[in-house]
Design a protein around this ligand. Sequence first.
Ligand code: UN1
Length: 493
Amino acid sequence: MQCLNYIDGRWVPARSGAVMESRNPADWRELVATAPQSDAADVDAAVAAARRAYRSWRLVPAPVRAESVRRIGELLLERKAELAQLMTREMGKPLEETRGDVQEGIDCAFYYAGEGRRLFGQTTPSELGNKFAMTVRVPIGVCGLITPWNFPIAIPCWKSLPALVCGNAIAFKPARDTPACATLLTQIFEAAGLPAGVVNLVHGTGEAVGRALAEHPGIDLISLTGSSQTGAEVGATCGRTHKRVCLEMGGKNAQIVMEDADLDLALEGALWGAFGTTGQRCTATSRLILHRDIKAEFVSKLIELTGNLRLGSGLDPQTDVGPLINQAQRDRVIRYLDIARDEGAKLAIGGEVAREDDLQYGCFFQPTILDGVTPDMRVAREEIFGPVVSAIAVDSFDRAIQVLNDTPYGLSSSVYTRDVNRAFQAMRDLEAGITYINGPTIGAEVHLPFGGVKQTGNGHREAGSAALDVFSDWKTVYVDFSGQLQRAQIDNR
Ligand code: UN1
């Protein structure tokens, strides 16, 4: 597939003519797509188109804008199988999961399509007579959306669809690893009948395109999902250039398993939370905080289940765990395994590059459990973003909560217990944007707020009605129908 940028309703190469490759991470021999390697000149063109389109798009009634969003949902549904197939080839996760990713986009479209007929504001009494007071949502302007490769349809949908319903225009920079998925999604935006310039797609690297968007004076808002390091840089640039910024960054999510838990259920949750998407979710379970009474049994059963996971191409229905996204990511995982050994963690299973048979052609790494991990070790504190989970023993529920909270991140958290008192204490005391009771750390639904506390986020939430607060500003309107000057705080005292 030959991908192009989409600027002002036309499919165009990068102005420089530069091209980059997208290869199948399960088999590097397969070239999935080529895409423009864009730079600041392409960003300029996209932003100029978006600014022009914004002038009329913001005036289209929200229920009409929402009809395009509903149409996007219908087209995603029609093309779900094709999109999932392409996504598996381009970023590796198994077909079941890529279908889930597309479904998340569909759910999102239908949710925000309904929002077009709500976008509720408030009316409230004025303190003065013959005066009316209300709030309305107004769009922000042109939004730069910078998205990751791990959910290459769902996350662009989380950002673009509420942005569109609210009346914004978009410059979309997808991850450099998933240009083909972004191209199909943009084709769907086009087919849904969005006016030219309302959505613009600019492929390229974060260093070139992401940076140019964050610096650009014609961009009003940046929404980024990425690493905490990238988030800190983008946040600083947006602070300096006075942009709104919504950041979804790293996680170091933990699952607590107490001695009273349903262990089989907790095991299933841990396996899915840690190794689903090859551990490459910002919500992935990377720490297991286990009560000492059940720890040995839990770890030994988890080793057995982990040993049964089948690695391979996500296109094979037998595959449980696909590859890592690229060589750099696998190098990072290998580095963390070295760190774990140096720090004295015990390798319970995995820990190696997987290279049997056809696995040698891809970026595979064995699902890995580290045992005997203590909360101060780097593997217990830093985001790895791979199929590596650390088991930490604790003696009490209070200690479990303390260990879970002892990280700079705060995205997702989970507790397995049958004790309702403990469940409610966890809901209150866990420092995370998301807490699951008797469920794994992954699996957020689109109509609820998604995001984290501490260094995971900057106070915003994606998804649900919370995303409307990112993509719109409040305007407060006073209508004085008294025919006189009425001075608030003065004339009525
Ligand atoms: C992410 O990893 O950035 O809750 C998003 C989940 C998915 C979304 C993950 N619905 O795991």
